[in-house]
Design a protein around this ligand. Sequence first.
Ligand code: CP
Length: 319
Amino acid sequence: MSTRSSLLRIADLASDDVGRILGTADRFASVMDRDIKKVPTLRGRTVVNLFLEPSTRTSTSFELAAKRLSADVVSIKGQGTSMDKGETLKDTILTLEAYEPDVFVIRHPQVGACAVAGRYTDAAVVNAGDGTGEHPTQALLDVFTVQQEVGPLDGMHVAIVGDVLHSRVARSGIQAFRMMGARVTVVAPPTLVPRHLAEALGVEVSADIRDIADADIVYVLRMQLERMGAGGFVPSLEEYARMYQVNHTRLRPGQRVMHAGPVNRGVEISGAVVDDPDSLIEAQAANGLVVRMAVLYDVLTEAASEPGADEGGIALEAA
Ligand code: CP
């Protein structure tokens, strides 16, 4: 029987699962404070990172996460694969199956591509971003960051500002924040809000940036110009910035600002807010490592529970 489970979407998880994964991330965070940051937890396991869309944060953190857990890692990025020559995702997965991977971490421009990949492998599949679909590990690291830096999400108000229509970060984040008990308000021009969002995901929707005023967390979304085609979603970026940019004139003292990155400084967020020591953007990037270590561990839990494992079944002695 397979001991592997996949993580394709936030709906794959219950709040207990989120708590377990983030508890594991917390334990890995204490390992990262040591001189030797490598543990043997996934020794003998193979992780294939298949990134067919641009990425800096997710790809590097998954690669380092696998290495810190002592797994063997194969990383394939963007151009230069046989998919450029017409090979399908199915045939790419079947080819990489030859190495008997335990986990595929996949970023792909098509919604649902990670689920499709899962049909052709017994390995766990982790969705590292599928087009405008979902980005569940981003949502997990965002919840972890709020819990670590601000406090429990239960009862908090999170305002998500910007291009929700094209945002997998928003789609996963809204579900995760709501699951952990937060109230979520989406603030965006109506052209950048999916139809029926309020009913589907239980959020409030506003077109007025002043509605971020009572939020504890202001989560800014990147304007995803590469997904906007011929445009027409906003009159111009200057007009968007004038109406919706998150900057210090619109924030009140004490509000914490998040952004998954990469940021467009001066468009959806001012450079001064990005650089503000109170912003959580650097913490989000840093937490990506331990949360992705925890996700890799979680999808291979059975395999990681080996003799010699530390308290809680995780091998935490130095590798
Ligand atoms: N937030 C995020 O997914 O960033 P990358 O595209 O750099 O991985």
